[in-house]
Design a protein around this ligand. Structure first.
Ligand SMILES: Nc1nc2c(ncn2[C@@H]2O[C@H](COP(=O)(O)OP(=O)(O)OP(=O)(O)O)[C@@H](O)[C@H]2O)c(=O)[nH]1
Length: 408
């Protein structure tokens, strides 16, 4: 409490003023102490409803039934405005007889500020409680505040069920926990003012929920803490995943499509220059038109998917494999040298999985493919390397198909 407020002193006997200082007078809107002394009773400075209590208290004090105390009163000033005051009582001797000295401290401003603060806290609470955005405050992941929306998003019945958790990391999917711990440290070390991420959380019933989260530093009960605003974006995330899938994945083979290949090629291009030598392979199913014409398009599709799955099985994490279009596939992969690269292609070519069974006629249809191989060279672009691979492929076709031709 701030005692920097103005205070004034009055001495009265049965509310007849005997002494007052100027400060007391000014507190009640008078110019000088004399104006107070001119009043017939200072009871008129007490709020009308409280006058009986004031009289009762006076008699109780003067007859020794009550000890002098510090009390809160509502007084009113000369203009009828209410004032919240603290009254400090002392029994003193005045001209040989007991009288009551009261030191008045005006707390009106402080009370108003406190009321405004309480009102604003109430408004903030209503805002947070009614928000559809989850709000959580945690100190080193120990939850200290949580609203209903936060509990709802994570499938908990009420905020209290969250507040009893030892650590809010429990609701974050394991693969995201380390990242959140680092972000919190950065936040506390002032390296981040706020951070926004999309992460996966685990609801109480073990189902997954994708959330967008903004975490910012705050002080909570004098200690550093983080405030988290949480929005459920599961639907949006799934839609985004679906769109990304549609944009990048070839529907028939489930391999990357041409668009995704170009994107990956551009992204990883710098690796082709520094790491192992890289190679580019174009492959094309032989006499595919005949297969289509003889067995129908569905069998043709089966042949395409069969080659795609064979290639996929032979791929490592570092390889980029895609359906370039029609019955043509492209692959970029690292190898130790030319010999190693050719060996990898031969492995593809010789897989006897290159056959499909006709759905109706239970007939096995064999097919082959031709391969054009080239190595990554300095200053290559996608166009230049594909051009050489295509030339090599043309050569393999011209030399009788079902073989690998290379341009090193
Ligand atoms: N079933 C099926 N056929 C396709 C698809 N995409 C392209 N084709 C067909 O693939 C055939 C490609 O024929 P060509 O380019 O003449 O090649 P090819 O018959 O394999 O001849 P070579 O390459 O010289 O061995 C065309 O008949 C296209 O209609 C597809 O997704 N499914």
């Amino acid at each position: 409490m701030n005692f920097d407020s103005s205070y004034g002193v009055v001495i009265h006997r049965n509310f007849i003023p005997l002494y007052a200082d100027d400060k007391y007078a000014q507190l009640f809107g008078y110019q000088s102490a004399q104006e107070i002394l001119n009043l017939s009773s200072i009871l008129e400075l007490v709020e009308p409803d409280a006058r009986d209590i004031a009289k009762h208290t006076y008699y109780a004090l003067m007859s020794g039934f009550e000890q002098p105390q510090v009390r809160n009163y509502t007084n009113c000033n000369r203009n009828g405005e209410m004032m919240q005051v603290l009254a400090i009582e002392h029994i003193v001797e005045w001209q040989g007889l007991p009288a009551l000295q009261i030191t008045i401290v005006n707390l009106t401003n402080q009370m108003q500020i406190r009321q405004q603060l309480q009102a604003s806290e109430k408004r903030y609470r209503q805002l947070v409680d009614g928000s559809i955005q989850g709000v959580l405050v945690h100190q080193n992941f120990k939850p200290v505040f949580c609203n209903q929306a936060y509990a709802d998003i994570l499938g908990f019945e009420k905020p209290d069920s969250i507040l009893v958790l030892d650590s809010i990391l429990e609701v974050i999917a394991p693969e995201w926990r380390e990242q959140r711990q680092k972000a919190y440290q950065h936040l506390l070390n002032n390296k981040l003012t706020a951070n926004k991420v999309q992460i996966k959380c685990i609801r109480q019933d073990s189902s997954e929920v994708w959330v967008s989260l903004i975490e910012s530093p705050i002080i909570w009960e004098g200690e550093p803490a983080a405030q988290v605003a949480l929005t459920d974006i599961t639907e949006q995330y799934q839609l985004q995943q679906r769109l990304e899938h549609l944009a990048n994945i070839d529907e028939l083979t489930q391999l990357f499509n041409r668009r995704a290949f170009i994107e990956k090629f551009t992204k990883y291009r710098h690796q082709f220059e520094v790491n192992h030598p890289y190679y580019c392979l174009l492959m094309d199913i032989d006499n595919f038109k005949v297969i289509n014409d003889t067995y129908g398009h569905l069998v043709g599709d089966q042949v395409i998917t069969s080659l795609a799955s064979v290639c996929q099985k032979c791929c490592t994490e570092e390889d980029i494999l895609a359906r370039w279009g029609g019955e043509e596939f492209v692959m970029v992969f690292p190898a130790n040298d030319h010999l190693h690269a050719i060996k990898r292609v031969n492995a593809l070519q010789q897989l006897n999985a290159l056959q499909v069974t006709h759905p109706q006629q239970a007939q096995t249809i064999q097919f082959t493919a031709s391969f054009g191989l080239t190595n990554w060279r300095q200053n290559d672009t996608l166009d230049t390397i594909l051009h050489r691979a295509d030339k090599a492929l043309y050569q393999a076709k011209a030399q009788g198909k079902n073989q690998v031709a290379s341009d090193f």
